[in-house]
Write a protein that binds this ligand. Structure first.
Ligand SMILES: [Zn+2]
Length: 456
């Protein structure tokens, strides 16, 4: 009964909730540009005032960069931390916007009503879905739900330089039983919880043969060409079925659980259209895996750059002394970034003739994959809540890239994250004319009310 009352309250309060979001969107909190430092502080203060009005113990915590906004409500139950970010991307090229990016307004479009402004979808509209759910909850129950911490960052769009030091320094305050992160999207029209995020490791090399560049007329046929050697070795990194040939590469790769496989099949991912969108038609990669597996739950090896010799205008019959490459690996399951990089280096060096050497550049800034523990009952409870709100089965999905905050919460604070968001593929995040559907906002608020009702 009370959930119904909270949902009704959300419906009735939607116009005011939109006004509040528009207020926040009018603050140009571009974190990467020092000219907007005061605006970032203003957005943080605006959120602190909102949280305080809702009954949170709220403050803006200074960092060497932009402030973190923190709010606490101590109550019974599991400690849940909600994360969003109040900073936004720059707006240029400004001439491609149809109106001032910070003069937010609700517009009627052929696709429905939208909120148009920089940050509408990434991430102010999304973070406000949670605050508005808390507001309606309090209006009906007289108190905030459960044991909640709100944690809002102001540097997500500029590489989060203060985040890891801040998490370390405030570990006790921010360590919760579970994190909720609202910075992802729907899968098409299907509500989604992102539970798999691929990791990454990188290698950069210089391969050396002769001690100077040579004339191909004088040395060609006798001296080693390092570009040929590099191309031959890297050409063997995949077999003809698209599998990575590095010994031990798949040792710590887990098979997708059947339940997830079934959910992904139901998503009916149109890989042909996805490839057609970038001018391709033939799926590459592991031929015995479904397209979604290849994107979300299988590791990859990619040559990101390869160069050497003479590439300028005209022609030079050089037999180069060096060749260079950058190679990266997307990681899944329990693959270890350092281990994979070491395996690649050993495999590469094992194929060099005695008179060739390789020099490796750069440190190891790899990150492992994030695999959320969906055995935590909060995941299934959230999936059911989303299914009820959106009227179609919600799915656990993967992400081919990483969402750094989820990895940091796991590494630094040891907590899993429930990644739930309501953005759509056509929201133009980071691009001109960013928007957030009013339906995303409204049903997003209702979704959090249903989720809190089940897990808080
Ligand atoms: Zn974001």
């Amino acid at each position: 009964m009370t959930l119904a009352a909270v949902l009704a309250r959300i419906d009735a309060d939607l116009p005011q909730a939109l006004d509040r979001l528009i207020d926040l969107l009018r603050i140009p909190s571009i974190s990467t540009d020092p000219a907007y430092g005061a605006d970032c502080a203003r957005a943080a203060d605006w959120l602190v005032a909102e949280l305080a009005a809702l009954g949170f113990q709220a403050r803006a915590a200074a960092t060497p960069g932009h402030p973190m906004v923190i709010g606490h409500h101590r109550g019974p139950g599991r400690h849940i931390l909600f994360y969003g970010h109040y900073d936004v991307q720059p707006v240029d090229p400004l001439e491609l916007w149809h109106r001032d990016p910070f003069d937010a307004e609700v517009q009627d479009t052929p696709g429905g009503r939208v909120i148009r402004a920089r940050g509408a979808s990434d991430d102010k509209g999304q973070l406000m879905t949670f605050l508005e759910a808390c507001r309606a909850w309090k209006a009906v129950h007289g108190a905030l739900p459960g044991n909640l911490t709100i944690f809002l960052e102001g540097e997500e769009e500029s590489g989060s330089p203060s985040l890891i030091p801040f998490l370390n320094e405030n570990r006790d305050e921010l360590s919760a039983d579970l994190a909720l992160i609202c910075d992802t999207g729907l899968h098409g029209d299907t509500p989604a919880i992102t539970t798999l995020l691929r990791g990454l490791t990188k290698c950069e090399l210089t391969l050396r043969a002769a001690d100077r560049d040579l004339h191909s007329g004088m040395y060609g046929g006798l001296a080693r060409n390092p570009i040929h050697l590099l191309a031959r070795i890297l050409g063997q990194l995949h077999d003809d079925q698209g599998r990575v040939t590095l010994p031990g590469f798949y040792d710590r790769v887990d098979e997708l659980p059947d339940a997830l496989r079934q959910q992904w099949q139901a998503l009916a991912f149109d890989h042909a259209a996805y490839l057609a969108g970038v001018g391709l038609s033939v799926p590459a990669g592991e031929q015995d895996r479904t397209p979604l597996e290849r994107l979300w739950s299988r590791p990859t090896a990619e040559v990101n750059g390869i160069w050497g010799g003479y590439t300028g205008a005209g022609f030079k019959t050089v037999l180069p002394s060096q060749a260079h490459a950058k190679i990266s690996f997307r990681l899944v399951s329990r693959q270890d970034p350092d281990d994979i990089a070491a395996r690649f280096r050993a495999w590469f060096e094992g194929q060099l003739p005695a008179d060739c050497t390789v020099e490796w550049h750069g440190g190891n800034e790899g990150s492992p994959a994030s695999v959320m523990a969906i055995t935590d009952p909060a995941f299934e409870a959230t999936r059911q809540a989303l299914t009820e709100e959106w009227g179609r089965p919600a799915a656990y999905v993967g992400s081919g890239g990483s969402i750094p905050i989820a990895g940091y919460f796991k590494e630094v604070l040891g907590m899993d994250a429930l990644l739930v968001g309501f953005a759509k593929d056509d929201d133009n995040i980071h691009s001109p004319n960013e928007k957030y559907d009013v339906a995303s906002f409204h049903k997003g608020i209702r979704s959090w009310a249903r989720i809190l009702d089940r897990i808080a």
